[in-house]
Ligand binder design. Sequence first.
Ligand SMILES: [Zn+2]
Length: 335
Amino acid sequence: MSPLLTGQFPTYRPRRLRQSAALRQLVAETHLSASQLIYPLFVRSGRRIRKPIEAMPGVFQLSPDEMLKDARIAFEVGVPAVLLFGIPYKKDAKASGAHAKNGIVQQAVRLLKKELPGLLVVTDVCLCEYMEHGHCGIVHRNKSGASILNDPTLKLLAATAASHAEAGADIVAPSDMMDGRVRAIRSELDKRGFIDTPIMSYAAKFASAYYGPFREAAESTPKFGDRRSYQMDAANANEALREVALDIAEGADMVMVKPALAFLDIIYRVKTEFGYPTAAYNVSAEYSMIKAAAAQGWVDERGVTLESLLAMRRAGADIIITYSAIDAARWLNAG
Ligand SMILES: [Zn+2]
């Protein structure tokens, strides 16, 4: 039946079902709950470090002990998962810190799985935070400039994902946008016995100005050039579907669209087309814009945040990665 097939006024009066909160709740088509949220955490070495990210009020770079505190709060308010990003002690041209047995993310995973075994630990699999040049792959310099090498990068990504799984990660999430990385990661995980470790691929990740504040948080700004030769062009929706199809064919168990708010049409199409578990990444600037306007008293932070998250759910996201996860969970729990 077409959703447009309705009765006629005055027999059909849509306002009848909007008369009380209970009635509105009864007929609500979309629900938002803490159980659908993932909380990102930025971890760096040291002790008792809680370094604020200026452009993201309420978000910090945390040493493992402090990270554990925030992960515990998230878990206690009903957020089932965290997503880890690492800021290594030192960077190099091979992203050694990304796949080191005792790298910062690997340490953080072990700590979380020991202290909070019920919390799902998702790890961001990429090289940019660990590369001295800040790109997501191996850089080849030539006369005309520099290029990011696709195929040689796959080995490093696969080694990184496997090292996360070895440390105990519940889900690995490749965010680099190299072609063929999901197959390379799946095959390395399987070879090393991690056949049950799911892959959540950043399948349709767009080169976006909305990542600005994140780069301060992850210290991953490219030293030259930009990421437009590997991340997607914001103009392309059909290509996003091909990217998702490719990742699913290579073994992705969940797919992600990033950013979320300016790409709700992509979320809708990905969910409708593939029906796979679909995540939306509510990125840094989406968060910062609300925080900044709320600080001025221009918008209601709770209202605008929850409405934005609900929009991602309505578009088709099953899972939302958001810096607002703890606040949103508290607001939702309070009714
Ligand atoms: Zn990256």
